[in-house]
Design a protein around this ligand. Structure first.
Ligand SMILES: NC(=O)C1=CN([C@@H]2O[C@H](COP(=O)(O)OP(=O)(O)OC[C@H]3O[C@@H](n4cnc5c(N)ncnc54)[C@H](OP(=O)(O)O)[C@@H]3O)[C@@H](O)[C@H]2O)C=CC1
Ligand SMILES: Nc1nc(=O)c2c([nH]1)NC[C@@H]1CN(c3ccc(C(=O)N[C@@H](CCC(=O)O)C(=O)O)cc3)C=[N+]21
Ligand SMILES: [Mg+2]
Length: 278
């Protein structure tokens, strides 16, 4: 079975649109982009477009590549204190000279729709999630939509980044899976992957995961966004060789990516609801 993230995403966005229309709320997302990386610009455009689609207002702050950490922090502070803004998303990666941790920590945890602030990661790891990072959150939604059981399953997450691998592991623990997290220093990575009932690859290496590395009947979730030898978008998984061996697999494009955006919209509405109660 091929998991259709695009379809589930569209379904969730349509439901959100209805909910926002009748909510009496005026949710607003602010994005911050530093520099002119074309991929980052494209992602931010996609996020604004999704906002428009569901009836979330959005505003974009664009800062020059040579902005200092201090200048970025000042912009974040403005957004923190603007009562009309419910969600703040600082597009990553930031330029190398910028203190990314300081910027992430500066975003008010109540507006942290990316779920990257240590307050929100702490809540997630404590089993009391508030804002869940959009990519792993979107993956959990896909598993639920396709009624894929996590309880008691062996889940293997390859990648330990703060934005994907780690929160993915926390969510799977919270969902009663038995979780292994692998990374570049893992010994016998293939054996670990082959033991997985649910394999999540968030590495960033084109076609890294081949059929020999997956258990037959496993569920494979491909987070990777890479370019293949012909410069075409592809995931971490060699989709053609793996798809016939597994019970379910996400394609790239059309799998995890659209769910990331849908979850960002859900987090922004959630934030607007929370602010309305304050
Ligand atoms: N679809 C979506 O919505 C999203 C997609 N992405 C994509 O997902 C991928 C991962 O993103 P992100 O987590 O930010 O990436 P990072 O580069 O931050 O992290 C990559 C992780 O993979 C590990 N890794 C790298 N090479 C290997 C290897 N050969 N064997 C085992 N582990 C390895 C690294 O290990 P170590 O820690 O030891 O260095 C690291 O933990 C990228 O392709 C990115 O573009 C990201 C966010 C959203
Ligand atoms: N603060 C922050 N938050 C993020 O959530 C964040 C970020 N920074 N930096 C970059 C990564 C990457 N990311 C993606 C979002 C959507 C798709 C997506 O929709 N992809 C489409 C394909 C799009 C295309 O055609 O290239 C798909 O997979 O079908 C992919 C990747 C969010 N990220
Ligand atoms: Mg990263």
């Amino acid at each position: 079975m091929i998991i259709n993230g695009k379809e589930i995403s569209e379904k969730r966005l349509a439901a959100l649109k209805e909910e926002i229309k009748t909510s009496g709320l005026n949710p607003c997302l602010a994005t911050v982009i530093v520099g002119e990386d074309p991929a980052s610009q494209m992602y931010v455009r996609m996020k604004h477009k999704a906002c428009e689609q569901v009836g979330i207002k959005s505003t974009g702050v664009v800062l020059p590549e040579n902005s200092t950490t201090k200048e970025i922090l000042a912009e974040v502070e403005k957004l923190n204190s603007d009562n009309l803004i419910h969600g703040i998303l600082v597009q990553l990666p930031l330029p190398k000279h910028v203190d990314t941790e300081a910027v992430i920590e500066a975003v008010s945890p109540e507006k942290d729709v990316d779920g990257f602030h240590p307050y929100n990661t702490g809540r997630l790891f404590s089993g009391m999630p508030e804002f869940v990072p959009c990519t792993p959150g979107g993956i959990m939604t896909l598993l639920k939509e396709y009624k894929i059981e996590t309880s008691g399953k062996k889940a293997v997450v390859v990648g330990r980044s703060v934005d994907v691998g780690r929160p993915m592991a926390a969510l799977l623990i919270n969902a009663d899976a038995t979780v292994t997290v692998c990374h570049s220093r893992t010994k016998n990575l293939e054996d670990e992957m082959k033991a997985a009932d649910i394999l999540i690859s968030a590495i960033g290496k084109a076609k890294f995961v081949t059929a020999e590395m997956v258990k037959s009947g496993a569920v494979v979730i491909d987070v990777g966004i890479n370019q293949d030898e012909n410069k075409r978008l592809c995931g971490d998984v060699d989709f053609e060789s793996v798809k016939d061996k597994v019970s379910a697999i996400t394609p790239v494009p059309g799998g995890v990516g659209p769910m990331t955006i849908a979850t960002l919209m859900e987090n922004t509405l959630k934030s607007a609801k929370m602010h309305a109660k304050l």
